[in-house]
Design a protein around this ligand. Structure first.
Ligand code: GLU
Ligand code: ZN
Length: 286
């Protein structure tokens, strides 16, 4: 019989732009262990909203990869491509409360820095809106990252009003992730440190949508031989499922633990790794 779930709800939210690699596995592993250590639920969300980057069939490959490593998610995965009505509704809510504005700027006009606020105070009659931006409130956002410690970001100064609906009509990652984390009742986000920068933006959106933002933990990135983040864009190879224990132990070491030896099988790995995770985060146990 399975242990009843308590209030913890974690998630792994891969983008199906290719198979999982050693870098994505580190984030998946930390998220899975945290949920197991808390006897919580672990949900899967397929972030297939950025359709030009979606590789057909990659979602199925990802599910198979997780299964091959003995990682079991709770319930049915959620596909963002099925959630368009919810995004439209959340957008309408923001719009009704004056939290968004239409922007006519091209990429070249905005440049590389923070959005200069060009369209913030209204557009000339008949202007063609390209993208929709979130009106970022002034002030700084503070949060405690469970891996990296206290963080503080001034989104208005560092990023400015950011895009939530792109010029190509697609919803931006920052927006849909907040809508979906709230919808799925996520209490804890555990993901790669490349998304640390996004957290403050997401908190400003959560505040505007009047939803609770989860606790966060950002785990170290895996770098390639050139010091670049392992990523699908850099053509990282899928992780090896032929030798699951070797693959698991490599990710485990990257989380700062010693290799587990004399393992019988993947279930044995997860059982022992969960014990170690509980010892590292004893305050997590309900
Ligand atoms: N889909 C994102 C990615 O694969 C992760 C989103 C998240 O964990 O918030 O990089
Ligand atoms: Zn603009």
């Amino acid at each position: 019989m399975s242990v009843p779930a308590n209030g913890y709800v974690g998630r792994f939210a891969p983008s199906p732009s290719g198979p999982l690699h050693d870098g994505s596995l580190v984030a998946a592993m930390a998220s899975y262990l945290d949920a197991r250590a808390c006897r919580g639920r672990w949900l899967l969300r397929i972030e297939d909203i950025d359709t030009p980057r979606v590789v057909p069939g990659a979602d199925r490959v990802i599910l198979q990869q997780l299964q091959a490593l003995g990682m079991h998610w709770d319930g049915e995965p959620l596909w963002q491509s099925q959630r368009l009505a919810a995004y439209q509704q959340a957008f309408g809510q923001l719009q009704a409360q004056g939290h968004v504005f239409g922007c006519t700027c091209t990429r070249a006009q905005v440049g590389k820095g923070p959005y200069p606020g060009t369209c913030r105070n209204g557009l000339p009659e008949g202007a063609t809106v390209r993208a929709w931006r979130f009106r970022v409130p002034d002030g700084s956002i503070s949060f405690d990252d469970r891996w990296l410690g206290p963080q503080q970001h001034d989104v208005a100064r560092e990023v400015g009003d950011f895009i939530i609906r792109r010029a190509d009509g697609l919803w931006a990652y920052q927006f849909v992730v907040v809508v979906d984390d709230a919808f799925q009742g996520i209490t804890d986000i555990v993901r790669g440190a490349d998304l640390l920068d996004s957290t403050a933006r997401q908190i400003t959106l959560a505040q505007a949508l009047v939803v609770t933002y989860p606790r966060v933990m950002h785990v170290p990135l895996v770098l390639d031989d050139n010091g670049l983040k392992l990523s699908k864009q850099n053509h990282a190879r899928p992780f090896d499922t032929a030798q699951p224990l070797v693959t698991l132990n490599r990710a485990w070491q990257r989380l700062g633990f010693d290799t587990l030896s004399n393992l019988h099988d993947v279930d044995d790995f997860w059982g022992r790794a969960t014990q170690h995770w509980r010892q590292r985060y004893p305050h997590l146990i309900y």
